[in-house]
Design a protein around this ligand. Sequence first.
Ligand SMILES: [Zn+2]
Length: 364
Amino acid sequence: MRASAPVPSPCISVCRIDDTTGWCEGCLRTLDEIAAWGSLDDDSRRRTWASIGERRTTLAGGKLPPTLRFIERDWLSSNQIVGFDAGIATVVDTGYAKHAPLTVLLIERVLREAGGARLGRIVNTHLHSDHCGGNRALTDAFGCTTTIPQASAAEVAAWDEAVLTFVGTGQRCPRFSFDAVLAPGDTLRLGELDWRVLAAPGHDPKSLIFHCPDARLLISADALWASGFGVLFPELQGESGFAEQQAVLDLIATLPVDRALPGHGPMIDDVPAALARAQARLQAMRSDPARHARHALKVLVKFLMLDVERIEAERLAANLRGAHLLRDSAALLGLQYDAALRWAIDELVDQGQLQRDGRWLMNV
Ligand SMILES: [Zn+2]
């Protein structure tokens, strides 16, 4: 984003004034600011954007320091956490490729609300396609650098899509490169705070999470959500994931944390309750690994349907021929691949997550 670019209107076509605050629910401007917008010069418009940023922080109820922003996305794209350090922003995780143009717009908006900060850096907690699918679009748009987990450096340098899980899941991710790496034990400076970099295997053997003892905050990626955690992919391939996830949850329970910012879903205000839910879920999976494999199959099919939205069932099966993580899940269940896929689709249709119309499948 260049300072000389025209300053866009904050309007997002919601245009309802909140009686209590007097601000538009969509763009957080006052009626006076909305009326005056057309006659303002660029500097005044930038000042209005900065006021909007302050109002958004106020509305968030002071849950986060003013140097941090949490952007909740849907389930196809990971959430973003943006930290500001002296006018330079860092974004943690970048969503899925399909939503990359929207991610660029959301980051532009957050930068404007911060008074015209510059995006300096991407940091990835891990390299699943829904966490790094916007890397390329953001580096193209902002010229920022990219920091990834050190354990993933070799496969990114070689762009080995099999090791990077994009082949195994049938998902896609535009190629990106990196400028720096992070490893457990490092310190990440983000939002004028120091964050300890911790290993969080289980969901992904190479995933990192970030803990800030001073602010009692945790960026928990897919290791802890408000209700659960990400699929434990190593278990699908006959490797250990349950024990690692257990250790990560046990570790989080020892950390001084008041609030966690997960990779998906809402901010976690009650961390002990979220940990209890995750522990219960993990125990249920450990005692019945087939339950986890069934869950994984449904998650993978649903993800692909979120991406394509509408496809013929036969073509979906054909597209997924090479997705060995689905094949592995089917094998764990003692099912033929096609039968497992049919089962997952039927289940998702029964649960109202997909709709069937003749040969066609639609995401709901
Ligand atoms: Zn993930």
